[in-house]
Design a protein around this ligand. Structure first.
Ligand code: COA
Ligand code: MG
Length: 301
């Protein structure tokens, strides 16, 4: 499939990714007005079994009629083993979402099956080949073991999402507030996303009242190298956007590092000292990453 005239889907960087139950028209309309980076219209766990049909119709209609502004429009389908995934895709593809979120993405075969259905629908609908991205939800031990083949299964795969609660249930992990028990999984996911040039979206903080908890967890995720975080409530948007936006201090520091590096490179030196710390190539690269994120957030030209 990924051969002729295939465009790699262009997905903007997503800092906060908000879940909205797919059968809740009012919440969908509200989500579209919140200026959040990404919205997941959910057909899976956020929708009761007897509301799946209704949710398919509501999502398809919302994508056609509501202006989502600059928010990326994602749809989370049901897992293939439920027998619902194919109908989910048939229902929403004509409304052209920006990406399909595949839950329980445990193997490359699941990605290939999704890719096959999307490609056929693109052809039937006269859409550009490769216009719709896939985001894989990594939430089982098997998915972690299969990460390299999942990431390389299709050029549509543009991001990985970490499903903490499902993974904890699968592995028998005891959840603790600081989430030390999930550190290996979170870091591994970030490594694979980076290696394959994709976005890495961190776990949900289900407590939407205690915003200090959210802030700590968001900062931790950003420090681990995630590019964004899943959220479930509008009250969580501002904190998560801020945690994944470089601070004015870090931007200033990055600019200073690059200026210094340009001068010392011209003098023929690879490493130099800045305020008592060594600056060499990896430090310069990290500074460039910070500045490109700041540019993406519109903070610097
Ligand atoms: N998307 C859009 N709007 C949302 C929202 C969401 N995820 N969660 C809450 N809102 C809206 C409410 O409709 C309400 O709007 P209003 O003031 O215009 O009436 C406002 O934000 C305040 O909501 P609040 O009363 O605090 O929460 P709630 O009781 O309505 O909803 C939840 C709480 C948890 C049910 C809701 O946040 C939700 O459905 N989240 C997503 C759950 C989900 O999809 N889970 C599966 C993936 S993990
Ligand atoms: Mg889940």
């Amino acid at each position: 499939m990924a051969g002729y005239n295939f465009n790699v889907p262009e997905l903007e960087d997503i800092r906060a990714l908000l879940y909205v139950p797919g059968n809740d028209q009012k919440k969908i309309a509200k989500a579209a007005s919140l200026m959040v980076d990404g919205i997941i219209l959910d057909l899976e766990d956020g929708v009761a079994d007897n509301r799946k049909d209704e949710a398919r119709v509501t999502i398809a209609e919302a994508l056609r009629t509501i202006d989502f502004g600059n928010s990326e429009r994602l749809v989370r389908i049901n897992p293939f083993y439920t027998g619902r995934a194919e109908r989910d895709l048939q229902a929403v593809m004509p409304s052209k979402p920006d990406a399909i979120v595949v839950p329980k993405a445990n193997s490359a075969e699941i990605i290939l099956e999704t890719d096959r259905i999307i490609s056929a629908a693109e052809l039937a609908l006269g859409l550009n080949s490769g216009s719709i991205a896939i985001i894989a939800l990594i939430e089982s031990a098997k998915a972690f073991v299969n990460l390299p083949s999942i990431c390389s299964a299709s050029p549509r795969v543009q991001g990985l999402i970490f499903g903490a609660e499902d993974l904890a249930a699968d592995v028998g992990v005891t959840r603790t507030p600081f989430a030390l028990e999930l550190l290996y999984a979170r870091s591994t996911l970030v490594m694979h996303a980076t290696a394959f040039g994709m976005q890495a979206i961190d776990m949900v903080q289900t407590n939407f009242i205690n915003l200090e908890l959210l802030e700590t967890e968001s900062r931790q995720g950003a420090e681990l190298g995630f590019s964004g975080k899943q959220i479930i409530h509008p009250a969580q948007i501002e904190i998560v956007h801020a945690a994944y936006t470089p601070s004015p201090e870090s931007i200033e520091r990055a600019q200073k590092i690059l200026e210094g590096a340009q001068k010392t490179q011209a003098d023929g030196r690879g490493a130099y000292s800045l305020d008592g710390e060594m600056v060499d190539l990896p430090v310069v690269k990290r500074a460039e990453t910070i500045l490109s994120r700041a540019r993406a957030a519109g903070l610097i030209p």
